[in-house]
Write a protein that binds this ligand. Sequence first.
Ligand code: UD1
Ligand code: CA
Length: 477
Amino acid sequence: MTDYSTNATTPGALDVVIMAAGKGTRMKSKLPKVLHRLAGRALLQHVVDTAAELAARQVVVISGHGAAEVELALKAGSSTAAGLAIDFVRQEPQLGTGHAVQQAVPVLRDDGIVVVLSGDVPLIRSDTLRQLIAACGGNALALLTIEFADPAGYGRIVRDGEAVRAIVEQKDATPQQRAITEVYSGIMAAPARQLKAWLARLDNRNAQGEYYLTDVVKFAVAEGMAVVAHRISDALQVAGVNSPLQLAELERAYQMRTAVQLMEQGVRLADPARLDVRGDLQCGQDVSIDVNCVFEGQVRLGDGVTIGANCVISNATIGTAAVIHPFTHIEGGKAGSKDSVEVGAGALIGPFARLRPGAKLGEQVHIGNFVEVKNSTLAKGAKANHLAYLGDATVGERVNYGAGSITANYDGAFKHRTVIEADVHIGSNCVLVAPVTIGAGGTVGGGSTITKDTPPGALSVARGKQVSIADWKRPAK
Ligand code: UD1
Ligand code: CA
């Protein structure tokens, strides 16, 4: 991570201004546009996280539509951006991009470089911004530009020879200017002192009656300041979100990049187009992932892990060579907390298993179909293979937990613990009424409702005794 406050080639601290006041009419949503999610994070959060990667001294978020909601969402924030100083300013009403950045002027210091970003352009990369900041160098105005075969709607980069003279908006452009294919991306870097002075001079005498941020270019040119266009070719980095279709397109592009990165590390994906990573997925060697899997939060897959088709896995650590069979749902709580899910080496999970917050499974544990585990520890080699519930339980090594058995952990007010010691065999359809302890090596007969602790080594049965009535005649009409 580069800290521009100490970088010799780019003097001055870095301050980031993020425009996020626009309404996003075409999203047709009650949610402010910048709070719509891409890869599980709000669009605006992506931009803030990128500012954090740049070690920005200050981040100013300009909100307008849904301002309170936007501010609240960012304060809840992500871990990446923790510790970042965010200032919120409001732009009401919204009179253009220049007017938006004017709202930030009172909180911006004079000695820095200001980078202007948009809250709805989520995939701009920090290394691109570092290059743009280097191009600014504290004494030039640097514009991020790109060549588009169809430049309609964008501000055009007007040059005189090589030198950039102005940005002209589509609606103000002459036919000749509209033919220009180099466009302004909406992202610039400028020395703060000059930028503030230029902003004070903006007017709205143009086709849209707006205060255009892009008009600062002509002020810089008039003052003889260098204006540099830093041109990139990666359209994804400057792609904005205006509609649900564009959001979905960006999501797919983002996911494809993630898939390609994983495959470059050796992960085998059955289909890179059918993977969704909404967080951070770390994989060991020889991991293979079948189609339609979703990973959320922090997920770590150890060497040789196999994930079957249609699994949803959140905040979990899966040990070496464990197999997660199809349709398994793992919903760990926050990574690193007691609620995260752990699956031990060589474990077999699913199909159709559900691991809820706080499921901690040891090595070679087997959890089969329609088994739910919540806030429970299962030691090495324990098995619950069919149709069962383990909640608030501590299960010892090699325990076999029968089909249809449950821990009755909730009395309507409080949760209680069930302890099943090592080598216990719980038959089918048992109810273990917590708090209760099943002693080591014990056996519980099928169909038992156990309400008292059982001694080690014993067979415990708690159900009506079987009776047979000879020659029973069924009622007849
Ligand atoms: C702007 C640029 C254009 C560039 C394009 C790239 C101007 C005048 N034009 O055009 O040269 O090619 O971006 O996408 O800057 N916003 C506010 N307050 C406002 C207006 C906008 O916060 O009053 C925010 C929007 O929410 C959005 C960003 O600024 O995040 C850009 O606004 P938008 O209307 O998309 O800019 P364009 O007119 O498309
Ligand atoms: Ca616009």
